[in-house]
Design a protein around this ligand. Structure first.
Ligand SMILES: [Ca+2]
Length: 176
């Protein structure tokens, strides 16, 4: 399976690869989350481990994460489900679970974990922390829940931030 994925990745023309990344950024922005929002969260959780860290490096790390097809696909899928739930396109009991971000639903977290898992156990620890504390834009997304369905968005953003922070941690460790 790994081999097939690599081959497909190489066959993807550069312009399509770039287009998918920009679409992913656009979709997140449409739902109220910018690259800068995510980069500043990466900075806040990783700064204590890497004192020389800059906001620019955090922004770059978020961008690298958003270049991965599995991340893009998770974003397109989750945000489509949020928007469709908003428009009332699902039958019960799914409709109510998605509209209320029911903690027993759980599929939003499962989808987000597909992003986190790319970067191993450091990613998972970061994700657990962000999910519990809900700092920065993640908290803002939560507050907006009355007006807009953000059931998948909150977990996707936490996962992207967790992955970008883990990526920086791995990079720093490889330097030593
Ligand atoms: Ca959620």
């Amino acid at each position: 399976m790994g081999m097939i994925n690599v081959a497909r990745e190489e066959a993807t023309p550069g312009s399509l690869k770039l287009k998918l990344k920009y679409l992913t950024v656009e979709w997140l922005e449409r739902r109220g989350v910018t690259l800068e929002d995510m980069a500043s969260l990466v900075y806040s959780i990783q700064k204590k481990y890497i004192p020389t860290l800059t906001l620019k490096e955090c922004l770059e790390s978020v961008e690298r994460v958003l270049e991965k097809r599995e991340v893009q696909n998770a974003v397109f899928t989750g945000l489509s489900l949020d928007e469709m739930a908003e428009k009332g396109m699902f039958a019960e009991p799914l409709s109510t679970m998605l509209r209320s971000d029911d903690s027993l639903y759980g599929i939003d977290e499962v989808l987000a974990l597909s992003i986190v898992n790319i970067y191993g156990s450091i990613g998972l620890t970061n994700f657990g922390y962000l999910d519990k504390i809900k700092p920065g834009v993640i908290g803002k997304i939560n507050e907006k829940k009355g007006q807009q369905v953000n059931t998948f968005l909150d977990d996707l953003v936490a996962a992207i931030v967790a992955a970008a922070a883990a990526r920086l941690a791995h990079r720093e460790r490889d330097k030593e």
